[in-house]
Design a protein around this ligand. Structure first.
Ligand SMILES: C[S@@+](CC[C@H](N)C(=O)[O-])C[C@H]1O[C@@H](n2cnc3c(N)ncnc32)[C@H](O)[C@@H]1O
Length: 607
């Protein structure tokens, strides 16, 4: 089957709803054409369909070429008139010939269609088309996090964004013509820039100085606020690594002047293929020295009491979820198919049913398909189906969260989803707080007053009704909705704290290397230096470069890494490698920008 026949199937089935085009193309088994090429062809043809429909109808192409169906004609004319390399079929191929022999007529009709739209050139027409077809993504800026491990906001404003005009609000960035930027008032080192700006080819992007990450997706690491006294960190569900690299950047910014024990971020990822992307991202972002990746490692199989994790003071938990908050998940421009005159329509329909049915068969689409953020599709035939799916996700999320509660030295946790369903959010929080392990270890919600400034000030909070009418817990929960005017994706995050807790049974060494007072706060001397448990004296005031060269330290850490990687390989020998195709994970693709072929279209949330 040719590229065009396969594309025609997707084109027609895309208009009948259910699942995103991206997940349908990349999940389809036994495709003959390269998925990237297929996806780009269907998406582009759909975007251009209002114009091409006019061109085909006015040139009478379907009357003159009775073998062509409307979807096939749309795809072929798109490639003839707009693709750089023209129609991707051999010159002698019948389909190609049936369109190419009308090149003159079709080209003149395209010029007329362009002039009717008052576009001076095809490039100008393309701009119009891109804007009209941007769907809900047109209402969002492109969020860019400056990676403090490799650069600074100031440096990026002077280089990558030097030609951007400062806007006074996110709404101005969205609405004003031209290239604008706005420095986010809540999350440090975050910028909103005009959407549609392709940064993927800039030096800053390719070298990891900037990371495309939705604002809401920056909340969990920022809320966790890891500091040197928190010891080691865990990112329990880490790929593709936006939050892991954000944690590393925050650690770098919080690094004290004086010498402290090096901190490690343990980043676990159950899916081995995604773990490889995680590694790439961590490497590009310059966070490799501080990060140890658990390739294919299920967080639930990690023993909280293992020696290696005894200094883990803070955990970030961002598990798989329904992905209902993702922007542009199902966005597919409206399809405009050329129409046949009524007599031709009947004839062609008859022919199609006999001859072409095997090519242009439209797959029966389920009523509604939920594509979660791991790319798994679940058919939803009723509200009960949706409720059952959410309940299953909620139970899995709760298990992960209560597992995180078990780490003996942990005093801070953030839990997040990109879902807007309370079942995956407030309900998980409430159940976690009521769990035996939470009570046993004195975990409580991180109240709004205890949160970092930007999160305290963020206006959109949890649902009181879903928190048993407890206003304080609802206020502690942080939410965002796609349509709340803040220009961010739908998201949820809550923090948990364990202050003043004593961990029965795990000895004195369960809360990191420093002495703590009765409230759990780290004890410091007059200069603010934390006092070490081991010596009873404050840590040394030696500047970092007086203690030994960074090179030496790095080398030691690397050796340790190698040993640990070997251990981890052993740990993971039984890991599950049968994960869904990376390319089918919508959120995942948005996060990493995997589809370089359609980078121009890439408007993902970057989460
Ligand atoms: C929502 S994504 C994480 C996104 C990531 N935090 C980021 O910001 O880039 C969830 C990830 O958790 C992984 N995952 C799911 N269950 C897991 C488990 N039990 N242990 C480790 N990873 C898990 C999934 O494979 C998926 O890659």
């Amino acid at each position: 089957m040719s590229l065009y026949h396969e594309a025609a199937e997707f084109l027609v089935s895309s208009s009948s709803g259910g699942g995103s085009l991206k997940s349908r193309v990349f999940k389809k088994k036994n495709l003959k054409s390269p998925p990237n090429q297929l996806y780009a062809l269907v998406l582009e043809s759909c975007k251009w369909s209002p114009v091409i429909k006019e061109v085909i109808e006015k040139s009478d192409l379907l009357k003159l070429e009775r073998k062509l169906t409307p979807p096939l004609s749309l795809l072929l004319v798109h490639d003839l008139l707009l693709a750089k390399k023209g129609i991707a079929l051999p010159q002698s191929h019948g389909l190609r010939a049936s369109v190419e022999r009308h090149r003159g007529r079709l080209t003149s009709e395209l010029t007329r269609a362009r002039l009717r739209r008052k576009a001076a050139s095809i490039a100008e027409l393309k701009e119009q088309i891109d804007k009209e077809s941007a769907g809900e993504e047109a209402n969002y800026p492109r969020w860019v996090r400056v990676n403090a491990v490799k650069s600074s906001l100031e440096a990026q404003l002077e280089t990558t964004f030097s030609t951007f005009t400062r806007a006074s609000s996110v709404q101005d960035v969205i609405n004003k013509p031209g290239k604008h930027l706005f420095i986010d008032p809540h999350v440090p080192n975050l910028l909103a820039i005009t959407s549609g700006t392709d940064l993927t080819k800039t030096e800053a992007y390719t070298s990891g100085k900037i990371i495309l990450q939705d604002k809401a997706s920056c909340f969990p690491a920022y809320l966790l606020d890891p500091r040197s006294e928190d010891g080691d960190l865990i990112d329990a569900c880490a790929a593709p690594g936006n939050k892991t690299t954000h944690l590393a950047a925050i650690l770098k910014e919080h690094q004290p002047e004086f010498e402290t024990s090096p901190q490690t971020i343990y980043a676990f990822e159950k899916d081995s293929r995604r773990a490889q992307t995680l590694e790439k991202m961590v490497t590009t972002a310059g966070s490799k020295p501080t990060t140890r990746i658990g390739f294919g490692q299920d967080f639930l199989q990690v023993d909280p009491h293992a020696e290696r994790y005894k200094s883990v003071g803070a955990l970030l938990l961002d598990p798989s979820c329904s992905g209902s908050g993702i922007v542009g998940r199902d966005s597919m421009p409206e399809l405009h198919l050329p129409e046949l005159s009524s007599t031709t329509e009947k004839e062609t329909a008859g022919k199609m049913s006999k001859r072409k049915r095997k090519h242009v068969e439209v797959e029966a689409e389920p009523l509604n398909v939920m594509v979660d953020d791991d790319g798994n599709e679940t058919v939803m035939k009723s509200d009960q189906d949706l409720e059952a799916r959410l309940e299953a996700l909620s139970a899995f999320q709760l298990t992960l969260l209560t597992h995180a509660f078990r780490f003996p030295s942990a005093t801070k946790i953030t839990y997040s989803t990109c879902s807007v369903h309370m079942q995956e959010n407030e309900r998980v929080v409430m159940r976690a707080l009521q769990s035996d392990i939470a009570k046993e270890r004195n975990w409580r919600i991180m109240l709004r007053k205890d949160q970092v400034t930007g999160m305290k000030e963020w206006p959109v909070r949890g649902l009181t009704s879903a928190c048993g009418d407890d206003g304080d817990i609802a206020d502690a929960c942080i939410r965002s909705y796609k349509d709340d005017g803040q220009g961010v994706m739908g998201f949820f995050v809550a923090g948990f704290m364990r202050i003043g807790a004593r961990d029965a049974g795990s000895g004195d060494d369960d809360e990191g290397p420093y002495l703590r007072d009765d409230d759990g706060a780290i004890m410091r001397d007059v200069l603010g230096m934390p006092v070490l448990k081991s010596t009873g004296i404050p840590v040394s005031l030696n500047a970092r470069d007086e203690v030994g060269s960074e090179g030496e330290k790095q080398e030691n850490h690397d050796e340790e890494d190698e040993e640990d990687e070997e251990d981890e390989e052993d740990d993971n020998s039984s890991s599950d490698n049968s994960a869904a195709e990376i390319a089918t994970d919508a959120r995942y693709q948005q996060e990493v920008g995997v589809l370089s072929i359609i980078e121009d279209e890439w408007q993902g949330c970057g989460d």
